[in-house]
Design a protein around this ligand. Structure first.
Ligand code: C2E
Ligand code: SIN
Ligand code: SIN
Ligand code: SIN
Ligand code: FE
Ligand code: FE
Length: 395
C-alpha cells in the first residue's frame, strides 16, 4: 500500500509535471481494461505525479461509496463501503462537481468523524464522468493548505481518462454478458430440441445424458491412446459432447406407428425409420442457414446426426459410407448409441447385460464399427457400465 515515498511533512509539489509521464499515464488509463486495470494505472503513477500523500479510487454502488483502492502514506479506507452522505466522494458524485478543500476541519461538506485519526488535512475530489458519475478519485495531503492548480488540473485529466476507460469496461462487460447468455440459450435449446425427439420413444431424457458421457469417455480414451488423436483436440471433444444429444433429432419426423411399434419393424417400416438420419441432417442444416455463418457446433451436430448409422463395411445408411469416409463423430456415436440401445429396454426389445452388449460390439468390429475404436472401447467398457448406472431409467 505504501510503496511510494511519503510526504508526511505535507510538502505540496508545485513543479510542473513531466509531460511525457503525464501523457503516458493518460494513455495507459484510457486503455485500461477492467476496474483492476484502472486501479493499477492509478497506483503506478497518479499519486506520485500529483504529489499527493494519498489517492483513493471510489466506485459508486447505488447509495454507497465503495473505496476500491487506497494508495497512501498511512492506512485509509481501503475496501470499505460508506453511505454516500457520509463521505466526500458521495457529495462530489451527487453534485457532479470538483471539490477542493484546503482544511477539512473547516469545511461543512466533510463528514468529520470519517477523517478522525487519519493524516488527511486537505483534499481534492474529482468525479469520474460529469454526467451521472460512476466513481470518484480522491487525493489527500497531510498539510492544511490549498493544493496546487496543476495538481487539480492533472487530477481532472486523470479522472476524464478513467471515465473513458470505465465506459469501455462497461461496454466490454455487456458484450461478454450477451455472449454468455447466447451460449446458455443455445445449450438450453439443444437440450430442449433433443428431448423433444427423445421423449417420444424413451421414458426419460437419460439416454441423451448417457450418450453424451459415453461419447466424451470414448473420445478422451482415444486421444490418450493416440488413436485418431489428431482429430480429437480438447475443443473437438467438447463439440462432440455438446452436439451428441442431437444425433436422433430426426426422429421427430417419424410417425408413432413406426417409432412406437412394440414389435419388429417390417422392411417398409424400417425404411421409414432410417430416414431419421437424413431428416436430422436437414433440420440442422436449416439451423445453419438461419445462422448465416458457419458454426463448428452445428456442423459437428449435423455430421453426427447424418452419419451415426453408417457402418465401417459400407452397409449402413443413409449413404453407405465406408471406413474413414465416415466422420469420426459418427463412428464414435455409432458405438455409444448401440451400447446404450443394447443395455436398455426398448419398446421393441428387452435390455441386455453389459457383458452381452460388449460382446456384440466387439464381434461387430470391422463390419459395423471402426475396429480401432472398438479396441479402445473394450478397454474402457467398465466406464460405460458406470455411466449407465449413474443415469438410470428406473427410479
Ligand atoms: P435405437 O433403439 O436407439 O438403436 C440404435 C442402434 O443400436 C440401432 O440402429 C442398432 O445399430 C443398435 N441396436 C439396437 N438394438 C440392437 C440389437 O438388438 N442388436 C444389435 N446388434 N444392435 C442393436 P438401427 O438398427 O439402425 O435402429 C435405429 C432406430 O430404429 C432404433 O434406435 C429404434 O428407434 C428403431 N428401431 C430399430 N429396430 C426396431 C424394431 O425392431 N422395432 C422398433 N419399434 N423400432 C426399431
Ligand atoms: C428410458 O429412458 O427409460 C428408456 C431407455 C433409454 O432411454 O435408453
Ligand atoms: C435392431 O434391432 O435395432 C437391428 C439390429 C442391427 O441393426 O444390427
Ligand atoms: C454431413 O454429414 O452432413 C457432412 C459431413 C459428411 O458427411 O462427411
Ligand atoms: Fe439414430
Ligand atoms: Fe440413438
Amino acid at each position: 500500500m505504501n510503496q511510494t515515498s511519503g510526504k508526511m511533512d505535507g510538502l505540496v509539489n508545485q513543479n510542473p509535471f513531466p509531460a511525457n509521464r503525464v501523457d503516458d499515464l493518460i494513455l495507459q488509463m484510457s486503455m485500461a481494461r477492467g476496474i483492476d486495470g484502472i486501479i493499477t494505472v492509478l497506483r503506478q503513477s497518479a499519486r506520485d505525479l500529483i504529489g499527493a500523500d494519498g489517492v483513493s479510487f471510489v466506485l459508486r454502488e447505488n447509495d454507497r461509496c465503495y473505496y476500491a483502492d487506497d494508495d497512501a502514506v498511512a492506512p485509509l479506507w481501503n475496501d470499505r463501503r460508506l453511505p454516500s452522505e457520509s463521505c466526500i466522494s458521495g457529495w462530489a458524485m451527487k453534485h457532479g462537481e470538483l471539490v477542493v478543500i484546503e482544511d477539512i476541519a473547516r469545511d461543512d461538506r466533510i463528514p468529520h468523524a470519517a477523517y478522525q485519526g487519519t493524516f488527511v488535512k486537505s483534499l481534492v475530489v474529482v468525479p469520474v464522468r460529469k454526467e451521472d458519475p460512476v466513481g470518484a478519485i480522491e487525493a489527500y495531503w497531510a498539510k492544511a493548505e490549498r493544493p496546487s492548480e496543476e495538481s487539480v488540473r492533472l487530477l481532472q485529466r486523470i479522472a476524464n481518462s478513467a471515465a473513458v476507460a470505465m465506459t469501455n469496461v462497461a461496454l466490454i462487460n455487456a458484450l461478454a454478458a450477451a455472449k454468455e447468455e447466447a451460449a446458455r440459450a443455445r445449450d438450453a435449446l439443444i437440450l430442449a430440441m433433443a428431448s423433444l425427439a427423445e421423449t417420444r420413444d424413451y421414458e426419460t431424457g437419460n439416454h441423451i445424458r448417457r450418450t453424451q458421457h459415453y461419447v466424451r469417455a470414448l473420445a478422451e480414451a482415444l486421444k490418450e491412446q493416440g488413436v485418431y488423436a489428431e482429430e480429437l483436440s480438447d475443443e473437438a471433444i467438447d463439440l462432440l459432447h455438446k452436439s451428441a444429444p442431437l444425433h436422433d433429432i430426426g426422429k421427430v419426423g417419424i410417425p408413432d406407428s413406426v417409432l412406437l411399434k412394440p414389435g419388429k419393424l417390417d422392411p417398409k417400416e424400417y425404411e421409414v425409420m432410417k430416414s431419421h438420419a437424413e431428416l436430422g441432417r436437414a433440420a440442422i442444416a436449416t439451423a445453419e442457414r438461419y445462422m448465416g455463418s458457419a458454426t463448428p457446433f452445428l456442423s459437428v451436430a449435423r455430421e453426427i446426426a447424418h452419419t451415426h448409422h453408417e457402418k465401417w463395411n459400407g452397409t449402413g445408411y443413409p449413404r453407405g459410407l465406408q471406413g474413414e469416409d465416415i466422420p469420426i463423430g459418427g463412428r464414435i456415436m455409432a458405438i455409444a448409441d448401440a451400447y446404450d440401445a443394447l443395455v436398455s429396454e426398448r419398446i421393441y426389445k428387452p435390455a441386455m447385460s453389459h457383458d452381452e452388449a460388449v460382446d456384440i460390439i466387439v464381434r461387430d468390429a470391422g463390419t459395423h464399427f471402426d475396429p480401432g475404436l472398438v479396441e479402445v472401447f473394450a478397454k474402457i467398457a467398465p466406464r460405460f457400465k458406470e455411466i449407465h448406472g449413474q443415469f438410470t431409467d428406473k427410479e
